[in-house]
Design a protein around this ligand. Structure first.
Ligand code: CUA
Length: 342
């Protein structure tokens, strides 16, 4: 798991989950706000504790404790000082918070930067995986569906490539949180939310569903792969293709497809270009283009895939795919087919 969390597609070590290492404007805004609030709170803490410690030290002798200090019954200047100071501090924080909120949120009225190439994706949270509907990139319609690994293009000095996400849920509340890219935004049934981020760093960014959503909430992991524009473009082209059968394909793949299509797999999963049209579970059209299975839980290896098809409950207990009690041979056939979905 450790290895999975820290290795990108080309094996480079990339990741941490720290909000103190932002790689996108909304994450940077949130870091600045956090540091400001922390500083204000730290100064107040130091003053209050300082006065407390000073008093303990200053009046520590027995005689000082025995004599009663002067009794003050109300003092206008003091009252005004300790009412005005906190009010001012709270007012200042409200202003800064309002500015940050404005900069972090997506405003529909906000015009796109000249020459930018925005990507629009609808994210649908499911128990316990992510569905991505790619709508538009720059001016090109995409209209394909992917799952669990979000690929986006990197920005550079000349061309900003902001990513706009529309967040929806198929069941309960989830929350999309990739700490280095942006703050948390909830996916609420019946109430679409918006968020955005933009980064000039390629590589893998990790995140996590941040709203308790049931048994496997902790394993509803997020992977955002930031690609060079050319790589991203190619990835989109590959994802748009149907799962076309290779005319020279192995007999094992042909048999596997037959087996797959005869099982209940197709009630939930979709493989574009075949009769499998389920929409309840992750789209498998390009399953092999993903690094992980089970929403980032395990590496996408033939062994793991076999274990998953045999009994998903052993890997992700409580997930909505049951063990179908398939024979060893049928499992092999289905894995052979799934392994051909590049
Ligand atoms: Cu989805 Cu927690």
């Amino acid at each position: 798991m450790g290895l999975l969390a820290s290795t990108s597609a080309d094996g480079r070590l990339t990741q941490n989950l720290s909000i103190f290492d932002p790689a996108s404007p909304p994450a940077e805004q949130i870091r600045q706000l956090f540091i400001l609030v922390l500083t204000v709170a730290a100064v107040i803490f130091l003053i209050v504790e300082g006065v407390l410690l000073y008093s303990l030290w200053r009046f520590r002798s027995k005689e000082a404790a025995a004599t009663e200090p002067p009794q003050v019954y109300g003092s206008m200047p003091i009252e005004i000082a300790w009412t005005a100071a906190p009010t001012l501090i709270v007012f200042l924080l409200v202003l800064v918070l309002a500015r940050t909120t404005y900069e972090v949120r997506v405003s529909p009225a906000q015009p796109l930067e000249e020459g930018s190439q925005p990507l629009f994706v609808t994210v649908i949270g499911h128990q316990w995986w992510w569905e991505y509907f790619y709508e538009k990139y720059d001016s090109a319609e995409l209209n394909f569906i992917a799952a669990n690994e979000l690929h986006v293009p990197v920005s550079d000095a000349r061309v900003p490539r902001p990513i706009y996400l529309t967040l929806k849920s198929a069941d309960v509340c989830h929350s999309f949180w990739v700490p280095r890219l942006a703050g948390k935004t909830d996916l609420i049934p019946g109430k679409p939310n918006q968020m955005w981020f933009q980064t000039d760093k390629t590589g893998l960014f990790l995140g996590q569903c941040a709203e308790y959503c049931g048994t496997q909430h902790a394993n509803m992991l997020l992977r955002v792969v930031v690609d060079e524009p050319a790589t991203f473009h190619q990835w989109c082209q590959d994802q748009m293709r149907d799962a076309a059968g290779d005319p020279k394909e192995d007999q094992r793949v042909t048999d596997g497809r037959k087996e797959f299509l005869s099982q209940s797999c197709i009630n939930c999963h979709r493989v574009r270009g075949t009769p499998a049209k389920g929409t309840y579970a992750p789209d498998l059209t390009h399953l092999m283009s993903r690094q992980t299975l089970a929403s980032g839980m395990v590496a996408n290896t033939p062994e793991m895939l076999r274990d998953w098809v045999r009994d998903p409950q052993k890997i992700k207990e409580g997930c909505l795919m049951p063990a179908f009690g398939l024979s060893k041979e049928k499992v092999e056939q289905i894995v052979d087919y799934l392994s051909s979905l590049r």
